[in-house]
Design a protein. Structure first.
Length: 294
């Protein structure tokens, strides 16, 4: 019987690098360091990781590893060892075994180089709402994928935009500034701002109607140029796309003064034509994205 588990020896093993190959590897390393020393590059990378955690509140080891763009394990452990980050286990081990938050020292290090400051609510890591972890990590992963692909000029999270929120308008999970595909046409601006909302469970009745109206208000108020919804459920994607088609009527609700219950008024508002022509409209102002479920 042939043993298929025998390891094959790498033909390159033990052979010295050629001068050309050695020079190639040196140039690759210089390009990666961007003119910085290895020590300075490592510090800059770690400060970027702290900035990510400060902006989102908390994150996972998997996302930190991907953001660091390294195949080596131990990135989060290094931040914990330096006293910048605290790792807290989740009660059930789901959807992740543990999450990462900043310590007071880590927050100070991150804020020292920040151009703008915002409230950081998780110095006590137990304040993280465990029932929101999966939702928040989906928003982070979706944003990180776009960031690493070079699609984003900048991003802002809910923590960063709390002071900007308008009453009666939808406050998204995050917003992206991207290059405007219409730039140069009809005096279009060079950038456009997209609202990104994660929806992992469907809204119904008044909640769904209120959700749609707040999206329209946010776009009309120029808080965002377009609204992108992210979900891992096909039925949610379909229902929201159909519910946001131009001409679709949204029922209006009113709170009864005596019972304090929300009741239908019998009136409605129609979704305006400027929202676009649905899923097939690449320039539509409401788009849905289906992602793989983790």
């Amino acid at each position: 019987m042939v043993n298929n588990n025998i390891k094959r020896k790498d033909k390159r093993a033990g052979k010295p690098l050629s001068p050309a190959r050695r020079l190639e590897l040196q140039e690759q390393r210089k390009a990666k360091l961007g003119g910085l020393s290895p020590t300075a590059f490592g510090l800059e990378r770690d400060l970027n990781l702290l900035e990510w955690i400060r902006n989102w509140g908390y994150t996972s080891k998997k996302i930190i590893q991907k953001l660091a763009q390294t195949s080596r394990h131990g990135t989060s452990a290094r931040l914990v060892k330096r006293g910048w980050v605290e790792e807290t286990p989740t009660p059930t081990g789901l959807p992740i075994q543990s999450y990462l938050t900043l310590t007071a020292l880590g927050l100070h290090e991150s804020e020292q180089r920040a151009e703008k400051l915002h409230h950081y609510p998780f110095l006590q890591s137990q304040k993280v709402r465990h029932n929101k972890i999966r939702h928040d990590l989906v928003a982070q992963q979706f944003t990180l994928d776009a960031l690493l692909k070079g699609m984003l000029i900048s991003y802002e999270t809910e923590l960063m935009t709390q002071e900007k929120s308008l009453p009666g308008a939808k406050q998204p999970d995050c917003s992206w500034v991207v290059q405007n595909p219409s730039w140069g046409l009809d005096d279009a601006p060079p950038t456009t701002t997209l609202a990104v909302e994660v929806e992992l469970s469907r809204k119904w009745d008044r909640d769904f109607d209120d959700f749609r109206i707040k999206i329209l208000r946010a776009i009309k108020a120029k808080s965002y140029d377009a609204f992108h919804l992210v979900t891992d459920i096909k039925a949610i994607k379909k229902a929201y796309e159909e519910g946001m088609l131009a001409g679709t009527k949204i029922p209006l609700w009113k709170k009864d003064a005596k019972s304090s219950k929300w009741l239908l008024t019998g009136e409605s508002v129609a979704i305006p034509a400027w929202i676009g022509d649905g899923p097939k409209d690449s320039l539509g102002l409401f788009r849905c994205h289906l992602i793989e479920s983790n």
